[in-house]
Design a protein around this ligand. Sequence first.
Ligand code: S3P
Length: 448
Amino acid sequence: MSSAQSKRPLQSAKCGALVGDVRVPGDKSISHRSLMFGGLAEGETRITGLLEGEDVLATADAMRKLGAKVTRDEDGTWHVRGVGVGALREPDSVIDMGNAGTGIRLLAGIVATHPITTFFTGDASLCKRPMGRVADPLAQFGAKFVTRDQGRPPMAVIGTDEALPITYTLPMASAQVKSAVLLAGLNTAGTTTVIEPKPSRDHTERMLRHFGVEVDVQVNDDGGRTISLTGPCTMTAADIVVPTDPSSAAFPLVAALINPESKVTIRDVCLNPLRTGLITTLIEMGGDITITNEREEAGETIGDLVVTGKNRLKGITVPAERAPSMIDEYPVLAVAAAYAEGETRMCDLAELRVKESDRLAAVAAGLAANGVIHRIEGDDLIVTGGVVPGGGLVETHLDHRIAMSFLVLGIGAEKPVKVDDAAPIATSFPVFEEMMAGLGTSFAPSNR
Ligand code: S3P
């Protein structure tokens, strides 16, 4: 795991056209879920295309500690022999989730309705993040939580074997909270219901069905969704092909758009409609993006993105409703906005404050360090594009997406952009530097 001792400064300098054909690693959200659901199912689940980043490897270890048998073949195929819903074993040591917010929150849901006590910890970033958003609804099932001040990990979950089903309206758009509640419902007699006022990524719903769980999804008059399942559920092992991660594809995508002579193809990108807000936004900004070869694979829409830098991007207003479908992409959108003509307003980014870092503050600080005009009004971020002076040092705060976004900023800046620590990139995109170098970027170790 990344730590202060192993900080790895990196800089990114202006480069020529980016050209190439790439395939980014597997989707992080789907990878976490495939290991967890495989571990809960009866039988053996085979997973191909799994993201082998630090976050997902932490989930693999956690599932082993909870009793599942998790192995990897030399060719990268993973096998999970599940224990069955209700049969997880009490871990005999603390589970270290590293940097993984999705990992800790979804697992909290799973163990909350098993009669075991589980201790979780994580890195300095995870230990600052709020767990109250899952602990509150999970306590209504009957589980008990012990956390540090303000609901921060380390966290103990004392699960219940007499869980009561709940109906829960999400106070924020969060697929993690929705998933934690639904997963607690798997081992709860009766119907568990989650009402989400704004739809968030639905990988949990889709994958639970793939494992044989009946999940009812109703679209509400206000556009929100009501999702329910009735437990106790039996899950049956099912093979998973993990599509590639649109949140990782975002980096070569924006890099190509802001670099005029570029032409890049990004293959097999997961185009789940609840994940494509960035593509919609960049097309609205005038970006030349063509989706080809669109098809369905393993319950998800995937396609290839052909991107060129021929159109100069234009500033737009990105509506608040779109936020859940591109929540992880705002840092790199802010980078695109720094090169766009005019002002880009990104509305209602409150949730960015509780990610791997306070991303609103980290993005603003990174833009300021590199001479990009911007302001924060309430929860909106407004960026004025133009020539990017660069020359600044960006603090990444153990946040992979801050590191990758500002390395992308550097590819068109007048002076190199430095990030203080590229090590966290390994949490979600271990081959980022290699892949970007293959396209023609100029990244180099930096002495800060
Ligand atoms: C995720 C949900 C999102 C996202 C995170 C992955 C998931 O978090 O930011 O990277 O896999 O469910 P929130 O639920 O906090 O919005």
